[in-house]
Write a protein that binds this ligand. Sequence first.
Ligand code: SAM
Ligand code: DTB
Length: 314
Amino acid sequence: MPKYTVADLRAIHDLPIPELIFKAQQVHREHHRPDEVQLCSLLSVKTGGCPEDCAYCPQSSHYDTGVRRDQILSVDEVVAAAQRAQAAGATRFCMGTAGRNPQDGESFERVLGMVRAVRGLGLEACITLGMLTDAQTDRLAQAGLTVYNHNVDTSREFYGNIITTHGYDDRLATLARVRKAGIKVCSGGIIGMGESIDDRCAMLVTLANLDPPPESVPINALVPVKGTPLGERPAVDALELVRMIATARIVMPAARVRLSAGRAGLSREAQVLCFLAGANSIFFGEKLLTTGNPDVDSDHKLLRDAGLRPASLH
Ligand code: SAM
Ligand code: DTB
C-alpha cells in the first residue's frame, strides 16, 4: 500500500507559505537539531564525455557545452581536495563521475581507493557513478561507502522528456541494490526543467514511498547551462524551491533535505527561507561538479548571521 499519493502531496505543497513553513518546522524540530546545517563538499573525479542524454547536463557528450573530457583524478588529488574541504568545515565528501555506469577494472579500483581514503580521513563518503551491478554495489559497501547518490530527478511521467538513454525503472533498480547492500541512499531531483507541480509532487511521492525513504534528499534548482537543451530555461522562483523543500521535509521527516544546485542564484534571504522550510544540508565549496557555488567564506557568514552552525558528525 503506497503511503502517499500525488493528491496528498499537492494538499501540502499548495498550502499558504506561512502554514507550510510552520508545519515543516514542527516536523523538522521533532527529528533534527534545528540550528544545524550539514556541509557537503563535491568533487568531479571524472568529468565529461558521458554517453547519456540528460537534458540538464553539461557533461553529456550529446551537447556542446565546452566542458572538457578529463581523465579520472588520482587518489592523491582526491585526498588533497577532501582535506581542504574538511579543513573548511565539511563533514561529508561527495564525488561524482560522468558516465552511464562504472566499468570494472583499473578505474573502478581507483574509485574504491578514493572511497577508502576519504573514509580514512574521518569524513562521510558519498559517490555518484550511475547504474551499478550487485557486485559493484557490494564492493563499494566493503570499501566503507557511507551513502550513494542516484537521483530520480523528476516524475516517472516527465522523465522521458529529459532523458531517453535510460529509464526510470533503471534508476529505481540501482537504488534498490544500494539499499540491499546496506549503503545509505541519497536521491532527489531537479526543479525548473519545465515539469508541472504535479510532476514535482509525483517525484516526492516516489521518494517518500520507498521503504525506507532515502536518508538524504537533494533538491536541485536547475542551473541552465548553455549548449544543453535546457540552457535557456528561466531561473527557478525561490518560493517554488521553498515549497518543494518544505514538502520534502514533511513527507520525509528523518531525511536530510539538501538545498543543492542553484544556490549561487539565490539571495541570502531566500536561502534562509529554505532553511526555515527544513533544508539542513548544503553543497559547500566554490564548485559543484562543473558549475559555480557560493564561496566558503560567504557561506560561513550566512550561517553565522542566521544563527546556524555547521553540523558535526553524530
Ligand atoms: N552519472 C551519475 C548518474 O547517472 O547519476 C551522475 C549524475 S549527475 C552529475 C548528478 C545529479 O546532478 C543529477 O541527477 C541531477 O539531479 C544533478 N544535476 C546535474 N546537472 C545539473 C544542473 N545543470 N542543474 C541542476 N542539477 C543538476
Ligand atoms: C545532486 O543532486 N546535485 C549534485 C550532486 N547530486 C552530484 C550535482 C549538481 C551538479 C550541478 C551542475 C554542475 O555543476 O555540473
